[in-house]
Design a protein around this ligand. Structure first.
Ligand SMILES: Nc1ncnc2c1ncn2[C@@H]1O[C@H](COP(=O)(O)OP(=O)(O)OP(=O)(O)O)[C@@H](O)[C@H]1O
Ligand SMILES: [Mg+2]
Length: 231
């Protein structure tokens, strides 16, 4: 908070200066614009980084409740579509009627971080490319429940892959490297794990959030039978 509190007034002041004096500038308008834009943009970046630092430092203990994982994935996909309209964010028809005992905000945060990485990996491509694509899916069986996110971005770095989930490990200029560290911690708090590999359907990365198996609503008798058969 001590860092974050002064940021808003700095940003608002810069915006105000721009609004108020921009039309009075007769000389070097370009420099004026560039400088004010830089202040506003960088301050915004600092604010976002501070948010991430503090989220990681005081990661709350999960408040478990019953939630629909399909709904959670839909929410993440929807938010990403709004934020990145140039990327085709596809979602495979998820299994319905699942009940996931989790802290929905934390798992939502994990999904957001993973989806954001996918979008950034796409933005990080250089040269002419096919349209950016992200595939999100949900799978559930007797062994596990998985959220799977694939992209056609730059792909995971080849070296030191297993270190990517450590705090502050980043290959992006503006990354803090906390995204996946947070995801890993959230997964582990839910008895799950975070798996990173090359994409199978697309050309980039594949990120799997794997959790213990979840309950399926009795509306699906097929599955109930399967379970009894197995016993
Ligand atoms: N979908 C992906 N495609 C390619 N590389 C990825 C992908 N997701 C993560 N990475 C790699 O893992 C690194 C760590 O990711 P992480 O989310 O922890 O940090 P970041 O995205 O760099 O920064 P932050 O999330 O804190 O803004 C990234 O810098 C990138 O090299
Ligand atoms: Mg990230």
């Amino acid at each position: 908070h001590e860092i974050k509190n002064p940021l808003t007034p700095i940003q608002l002041s810069a915006e105000r200066l721009r609004r108020k004096y921009r039309h009075e500038i007769t000389g070097d308008l370009e420099t004026f614009d560039r400088c004010t834009d830089t202040i506003i943009r960088q301050v915004g970046d600092i604010g976002r980084m501070v948010d991430e630092f503090s989220a990681f430092a005081r990661m709350p203990t999960p408040k478990f409740g019953s939630h629909d994982p399909a709904e959670m994935l839909r929410a993440g996909v929807f938010a990403l579509r709004v934020a990145s309209p140039d990327i085709a964010v596809e979602m495979a028809e998820p299994p319905e009627g699942l009940t996931f005992t989790c802290d929905d905000r934390m798992v939502g945060q994990a999904l957001t971080n993973v989806l954001k990485n996918a979008a950034e990996a796409i933005a990080g491509r250089s040269g002419a490319h096919e349209k950016g694509r992200i595939l999100a899916s949900l799978h559930a069986d007797e062994q596990a429940m998985c959220f799977i996110i694939e992209d056609n971005g730059v792909g995971l770095p080849t070296r030191d892959r297993d270190r990517l989930t450590e705090p502050y490990v980043t290959t992006r200029e503006k990354g803090t490297g906390l995204g996946l560290a947070i995801v890993k911690r959230i997964a582990e708090e839910h008895g799950g794990e975070l798996l990173l590999s090359d994409a199978q359907t697309l050309s980039g990365a594949r990120v799997v959030l794997k959790f213990p198996p979840v309950e399926q609503a009795s509306a699906k008798p097929k599955r109930t039978k399967k379970v009894t058969d197995g016993v």
